[in-house]
Design a protein around this ligand. Structure first.
Ligand code: CMP
Length: 138
């Protein structure tokens, strides 16, 4: 069993895509075991994306991620990190495979609708950034 963090980013929430994304998760057996809506401050977004601090897009990314509400979820299942990354599609929506969330809905490399953890260590950090253990269904 593995867990991963999913975020529906401000563009996805603003464009009314919460239902579409949740539906795709459910249809693909990506089990939601925790979910909340929140509005990150700029420092919270900077902390979340601290690994990208040196990247040229860091400022813009953290502005964007603190520009409106997001939906954060914990997904659980076998091989869920890779399975959710497959469902999201490539970071750059232009390279995302057909039928993926980003291919269907993303408009921009930054405004790419969803986020997903990329490895077990990042998943553990990212889940604990938003959820305590009592908020995750067992
Ligand atoms: P995400 O999966 O949340 O991880 C880092 C985010 O940075 C990425 O999705 C994009 O929203 C954003 N980003 C903006 N520009 C780039 C870029 N050139 N390469 C990778 N990620 C980028």
């Amino acid at each position: 069993m593995e867990r991963t963090l999913s975020i529906i980013k401000p563009d996805g929430v603003h464009r009314g895509l919460i239902g579409e994304v949740v539906n795709m998760l459910e249809q693909n057996d990506l089990n939601i075991v925790a979910m909340k809506m929140l509005y990150m401050t700029k420092p919270q977004a900077e902390g979340f994306y601290a690994v990208h601090r040196e990247r040229p897009f860091f400022e813009s990314l953290t502005d964007f991620m603190s520009s409106g509400p997001v939906v954060v979820m914990v997904l659980e299942g076998e091989n869920v990190i890779a399975r959710y990354r497959d469902l999201m599609g490539a970071t750059n929506y232009k390279e995302a495979a057909d039928g993926t969330i980003r291919q269907k809905f993303a408009t921009d490399i930054e405004k790419n609708v969803v986020h997903g953890s990329d490895a077990p260590e990042t998943a553990s950090f990212e889940i604990s950034y938003f959820f305590n253990r009592f908020e995750i269904i067992r």
